[in-house]
Design a protein around this ligand. Structure first.
Ligand code: FE2
Ligand code: FE2
Length: 135
């Protein structure tokens, strides 16, 4: 089953951000499509590493726009960004320790995070960016 279907309505309207959101979507989608759960988890670990690197770049980009647009909830949003990393680190440890059902837990976490953060919290700054002429 597909992780999600991409929809154009997911776009924020700022090209740089939209490309990154789509990039993260594609990485998670590809991970979701893999059926290599039974291996030693190297593919999952490598992908999580990639997601962490990608997320760092993406969060920095997004925070730059929010700062420039004087988005009032910047601090709150930054906090949400920061909380992503310890959660991923924990999942990576659980994967290394071969916790039962960990592959599914990782996919569920990434999917939930994408839905609640990128398709949720990120919508909130959209209006500010639009009002300030960034979109
Ligand atoms: Fe985002
Ligand atoms: Fe964000």
């Amino acid at each position: 089953m597909q992780f999600l279907e991409w929809e154009d309505s997911y776009n924020i309207g700022v090209k740089e951000i939209d490309i990154q959101h789509r990039g993260l979507f594609d990485i998670i989608s590809k991970l979701s499509a893999t059926r290599r759960f039974e291996t030693e988890g190297r593919y999952f670990l490598a992908t999580l590493d990639k997601i962490v690197e990608y997320a760092k770049i993406h969060f920095a980009t997004e925070e730059r726009y929010m700062r420039e647009a004087q988005y009032p909830k910047l601090a709150e949003h930054q906090q949400e960004h920061r909380s992503f990393f310890p959660e991923v680190e924990k999942l990576m440890k659980d994967l290394e320790n071969k916790q039962p059902n960990i592959h599914q837990k990782i996919l569920d976490f990434l999917k939930d995070w994408y839905m609640s953060h990128i398709l949720g919290s990120d919508r909130d700054y959209q209006k500010t960016l639009k009002d300030k002429g960034f979109t």
